[in-house]
Design a protein around this ligand. Sequence first.
Ligand code: A2P
Length: 256
Amino acid sequence: VKHWTDRLFSFRVTRPASLRFRSGEFVMIGLMGDPHPETGKQKPLLRAYSIASPAWDDELEFYSIKVQDGPLTSKLQHIEPGDEIILRPKPVGTLVHDALLPGKRLWLFATGTGFAPFASLLREPETYEKFDEIVVTHTCRDVAELEYGRQLIEELKADEMMQELIGAEHLAKIRYYPTTTREKSPKMGRITTLLQDGTVFKDLDIDGIHVGTDRAMVCGSLDFNKDILAILEGFGLEEGANSDPKHFVIEKAFVG
Ligand code: A2P
């Protein structure tokens, strides 16, 4: 278990041998709830969590918010090595390569814990086989909240095992674009604003988002997803699904 801030933590658990999933998918996980005051019965408290580890990993990693009065995360934040969690082994989700048409550049747009599915996809060799360039944007309130993602990308590029698995030249395709909205940092502002006013394109020397070349995956709050959807549609991109791959896919990050 690693606590990143007083609002964020990540943890790794043993992977059941039978659990197969595609990088980017989510599962239901949780804990048993408190005993009912009269009957003493306990019910499982389950929520959808993106798997932050890649499909080839022996362990499962999760990245979570801590909500002090949240039914699940108020308890889950106290787990320790050796504890057990409940896992419903039915992985699903739309933030998968199968839901996107081939393209040249992949945009990964995350806010907060929406980075989790991208932590999986960034460690997935297929991501680099399918795209020439991967732009990872992450918007958080403050600098400390960016740390999980920042460290993951830094270590991914420096790790010899990952260089061998994915290829150093492939890892060089990652372009990381972190922004903060409430604390001063080198790049401030919501990614939505920075897309609309063209700052992102200027900073990265990219001439906009185009249907022929650009694909996107989006994971954040409901409002964020709605705003990015409008921006991507404004560029002429269409939302895809597993059964109908198109130019971008969206999923809500777990919030409470
Ligand atoms: P802001 O500070 O302006 O609300 P949270 O921690 O509340 O989940 O938010 C994570 C990040 O997502 C914050 O930096 C927040 O910015 C940003 N954010 C929230 N809503 C939107 C939105 N509709 N479009 C773009 N960014 C958003």
